[in-house]
Design a protein around this ligand. Structure first.
Ligand code: ADP
Ligand code: YYY
Length: 233
């Protein structure tokens, strides 16, 4: 049901570690082929923002699980304006703070959080497949759990140095080594948690973006999307 059958739009699933280029690639592909875009990391960030704002101890998995149903998280799927709202409040900026970034791995490791957000992600995908030509979805468990039947499945990678350089440039952080250490910590937590860890599966195409420009990566993925469409026609 998450694949391309039943007359629905195309689903492109992208996973990979932080800074590998998932968000920018997914947006670029969505723009190029008039697809919707879903940033699932923003949903885990929104959940984390709500927990922190409401004084929930994010180290207490039981407390996080108990509160997880409270926030109403709404996602926009326009690649040019991917809105994120919690209880009606625009949190697009608030979910990118260092505080949210350093706590998001703990919150996203709580099974109840994943159960709720994965269900919502599948609904958004199903809606997009009916209402548009398809959707590009990116995160850590899209190829493995959220949309394992997607006809285009990608695992984006890049060297730890390249990812840290990119992230530092993006947030104007001078200390690239500190950025690299923070990325490594989050990658380790996201890859070793017991529920839906970031994993590369054999049926996902690996794309090492280290030596490629963003335009080159987008062009490669667009080509795979066009091939998937042609073979389904
Ligand atoms: N192939 C690439 N070459 C150079 N910079 C890139 C490339 N892909 C992404 N970037 C830049 O790296 C930063 C992180 O990319 P992003 O898409 O947010 O990664 P992710 O979603 O995997 O964390 C952004 O500033 C983006 O513009
Ligand atoms: N499908 C997903 C997406 C993100 N997460 C978690 C793990 C990530 O460290 C955080 C934040 O994801 P996000 O994609 O915003 O991270 P970066 O863009 O790499 O900084 O959310 C997840 O567990 N599952």
């Amino acid at each position: 049901m998450n694949g391309q059958g039943h007359g629905g739009g195309l689903v492109i699933a992208i996973d990979g570690p932080s800074g590998s280029g998932k968000s920018s690639t997914a947006k670029g592909v969505a723009r190029a082929r008039d697809l919707r875009y879903l940033d699932t990391g923003a949903m885990y960030r929104a959940m984390t923002w709500w927990m922190l704002t409401h004084g929930i101890d994010v180290a207490d998995a039981g407390a996080v699980a108990e509160a997880a149903e409270c926030p109403v998280i709404t996602m926009g799927t326009d690649p040019d304006a991917p809105a994120v709202r919690v209880d009606g409040v625009d949190v697009a900026g608030a979910i990118r703070t260092d505080e949210v970034t350093s706590n998001v791995s703990a919150v996203s490791a709580v099974p109840r959080v994943r159960e709720l957000l994965v269900a919502r992600q599948r609904e958004i995908i199903a809606e997009a497949r009916v209402a548009s030509s398809g959707i590009v979805v990116e995160g850590r468990d899209i190829t493995t759990v959220v949309a394992p039947d997607a006809p285009v499945k990608l695992f984006l990678t890049a060297s730890a140095e390249a990812r840290a350089q990119r992230r530092s440039r993006e947030v104007r952080a001078a200390d690239v080594a500190a950025t690299q250490a923070a990325l490594a910590r989050r990658d380790r937590l996201d890859s070793t948690r017991s529920v839906s860890p970031l994993t590369q599966t054999a049926d996902a195409t690996e794309l090492d973006t280290t030596g490629l420009s963003l335009d080159e990566v987008v062009a490669l993925v667009v080509k795979l999307a066009d091939e998937a469409r042609a073979s389904a026609a």
